[in-house]
Ligand binder design. Structure first.
Ligand code: AMP
Ligand code: ZN
Length: 470
C-alpha cells in the first residue's frame, strides 16, 4: 500500500518514497535529560512510535535514531539563558553527570511503560563531541562560520535557503527578530556552534577543540549524530512543532551547508498537548508527568490510548475527564479481548471473511494516509462490535491491528489467582468486602491501589473480574 505523509517542508501531503527500497532512516529529536519528561513530551515520542510501527507494519525495515541531549541546550532555544543541565545541577546540588544519568533512566522507564519501542540507536550528545567538532570544522572550511567573543557562530546570511522549513524569508526574520542580547551575532538569527569559556565560564562540561576549551551548541548535535548513524541524506526527521522555526531550521542550515546537498526528505511534526489554555511546558508550571498519572490510579497505557485518540497534527486537549474516557475504553478493549480469547483462537489469514478484511483494509488505509489513528481505532471498535464476524476472525484482525496500537493484546492474560501475589489477592478481597458494606470510597481507594500495581478491576454481574496490565 502507498503511504502518504504530511511534509512540513512544502506544507503538503506527499507520497512517501524512501531513499533505499525497503529501508527507512528516521531521526527523532529526543529529550533533554535535566528533568522528567512531561506528558506533552511523551506525546511526541508516542507519535514517533506510531510512525515507526506503521512503517514496520507496511514492511519497511526502520532504523530509528534518537538523541539524548545532555549538554548544550540552553533555557532559550536562541542561545540565551543558561544550559538546562547546569541549571538543574545548581538547583539540586547534584553533578550534571548524575542528573543526566538519573533522568535518562527515568525517560527510558517512561517510554517502556508506554510501550514505545526503544530506538534502534539512542545517542548521547556527550559521547559525540568529536563528531560535532568535525562537522563545525567542515562548516568552517566552507566559509559558513565566524568567531566572535570566543564563540563560533553559523552565519545564516551565507546560506541562501535559510528559513525554508519555517517558510519565513530573511526579510520577515529580521522584522520579527527580538533585540539580540548576544552582541557578537552579526545577524540576530545566527546561532552558536561552539561556546568557549568566554561565555558561561562556570560551565562544568568542557572539551578541547580547535577554537578553545568549551562545549557545543544544541543544534549541531542533531546534525552530527543523525548523519553519523543514518548517512548524509536520510528519509524522515521528526519532532514537535515548536522545533520548526529554530532548532530544525538551524539543523537544516548547518547540515546542508556542510554537505552542499539536500539533507532530509520528509519533515514530520506533532502538534502540542494542551492543558488549560496553553501548551504543556515545563516552564509554565502546568506540567504533568506519567508518574503523577500513575499516582492518581491510571496506567501508562491509558495515556497511550488517550494519545492515539487524537491525530498527531491536531492539538490534543488534556483533561482528566478525557483520560477517564480513554481508561474506560482501554479497559473495555482488554475485557473484550479476554472474552474473545476464552472463546476462540485466531484463525489463519486465509480464512478471514470479506467483512473482517474490509475493516482491516480501512484501518490500513487510515494509517497509510498520514497516520490517522482515531480512524484506525474506530475501525477496530466496529470490528469488535460486528455480530457477523466470528471470534476467531476478530482475534486475528485485532492482533494485526495491535501491531501499531501497541497494547500487546496477544500477550494479555486474565490474571489468575496463581499469578497474583498475596498482597494483591488481599487487596481484591478487601475491596469486595468494602463493596458488600457499600463503602464506595474505600472500594475506590483500593481500586486505585490495585491499578498502581498493574491490576485493572471490573465489576460484572458474575462478580469482580481483574486483568493484569501487561
Ligand atoms: P524538549 O525536551 O523540550 O526538547 O522536548 C522534547 C520533545 O517534546 C520535542 O519534540 C518537543 O517538540 C516536544 N514537546 C514539547 N512540549 C510539547 C507539548 N506540550 N506537546 C507535544 N509535544 C511537545
Ligand atoms: Zn534535534
Amino acid at each position: 500500500m502507498e503511504l502518504h505523509f504530511y511534509n512540513t517542508m512544502g506544507r503538503s501531503m506527499q507520497l512517501f518514497t524512501p531513499l533505499h527500497d525497503h529501508h527507512v532512516g528516521m531521526y527523532c529529536c529526543g529529550p533533554t535529560v535535566y528533568n522528567y519528561a512531561h506528558i506533552g513530551n511523551l506525546r511526541a515520542y508516542l507519535f514517533d512510535d506510531v510512525l515507526r510501527r506503521t512503517l514496520e507494519y507496511f514492511g519497511y525495515d526502520v532504523t530509528h535514531v534518537m538523541n539524548i541531549t545532555d549538554v548544550g541546550h540552553l533555557t532559550d532555544d536562541e542561545d540565551e539563558g543558561e544550559d538546562k543541565m547546569l541549571k538543574s545541577s545548581r538547583e539540586t546540588g547534584k553533578s550534571v553527570w548524575d542528573i543526566a544519568a538519573f533522568y535518562t533512566e527515568a525517560f527510558f522507564h517512561d517510554i517502556d511503560s508506554l510501550h514505545i519501542k526503544r530506538p534502534s540507536v539512542s545517542c548521547k550528545a556527550t559521547d559525540h563531541i568529536q563528531d560535532m567538532i568535525a562537522l563545525i570544522k567542515r562548516l568552517e572550511d566552507r566559509g559558513f562560520t565566524y568567531e566572535a567573543g570566543g564563540n563560533i557562530y553559523f552565519s545564516i546570511d551565507k546560506f541562501p535557503d535559510y528559513g525554508k522549513l519555517s517558510m519565513r524569508d530573511k526579510q520577515n526574520l529580521h522584522a520579527g527578530a527580538r533585540i539580540a542580547v548576544d552582541s557578537n551575532k552579526r545577524n540576530p538569527h545566527d546561532f552558536v556552534l561552539w561556546f568557549t569559556h568566554s561565555k558561561f565560564e562556570h560551565h562544568s562540561m568542557l572539551w578541547d577543540s580547535p577554537w578553545g576549551r568549551g562545549y557545543p551548541g544544541w543544534h549541531i548535535e542533531c546534525s552530527a549524530m543523525s548523519m553519523k548513524y543514518l548517512g548524509e541524506q536520510f528519509d524522515i526527521h521528526c519532532g514537535g512543532i515548536d522545533h520548526i522555526p529554530i532548532h530544525h531550521t538551524n539543523e537544516i542550515a548547518q547540515s546542508e551547508a556542510a554537505t552542499g546537498r539536500k539533507w532530509v526528505n520528509y519533515w514530520m511534526h506533532n502538534e502540542f498537548l494542551i492543558i488549560g489554555k496553553g501548551k504543556m511546558a515545563k516552564s509554565s508550571g502546568e506540567f504533568l508527568t506519567l508518574s503523577v498519572l500513575v499516582d492518581k490510579g491510571y496506567t501508562p497505557l491509558d495515556y497511550r490510548y488517550f494519545s492515539l485518540g487524537g491525530h498527531y497534527r491536531s492539538q490534543l486537549q488534556f483533561s482528566y475527564e478525557s483520560l477517564d474516557a480513554a481508561r474506560k475504553a482501554r479497559e473495555n478493549l482488554y475485557d473484550r479481548t479476554l472474552r474473545l480469547k476464552e472463546d476462540a483462537s485466531p484463525c489463519p489469514f486465509s480464512q478471514l471473511g470479506d467483512k473482517a478484511r474490509t475493516y482491516l483494509g480501512h484501518y490500513e488505509a487510515a494509517l497509510a494516509y498520514d497516520l490517522n489513528t482515531p480512524k484506525a481505532l474506530s475501525e477496530m471498535w466496529m470490528l469488535l462490535k460486528d455480530k457477523d464476524i466470528s471470534p476467531r476472525e476478530k482475534l486475528t484482525v485485532l492482533y494485526k491491528m495491535d501491531e501499531v496500537f501497541g497494547f500487546n493484546l496477544e500477550q494479555l492474560e486474565q490474571a489468575s489467582v496463581e499469578v497474583l501475589d498475596d498482597e494483591i489477592m488481599d487487596l481484591i478481597k478487601e475491596r469486595e468486602k468494602a463493596r458488600e458494606r457499600r463503602d464506595w470510597a474505600k472500594a475506590d481507594t483500593l481500586r486505585d491501589l490495585l491499578l498502581q500495581r498493574g491490576i485493572s478491576i471490573k465489576d460484572t454481574p458474575e462478580g469482580t473480574k481483574w486483568t493484569k496490565n501487561v
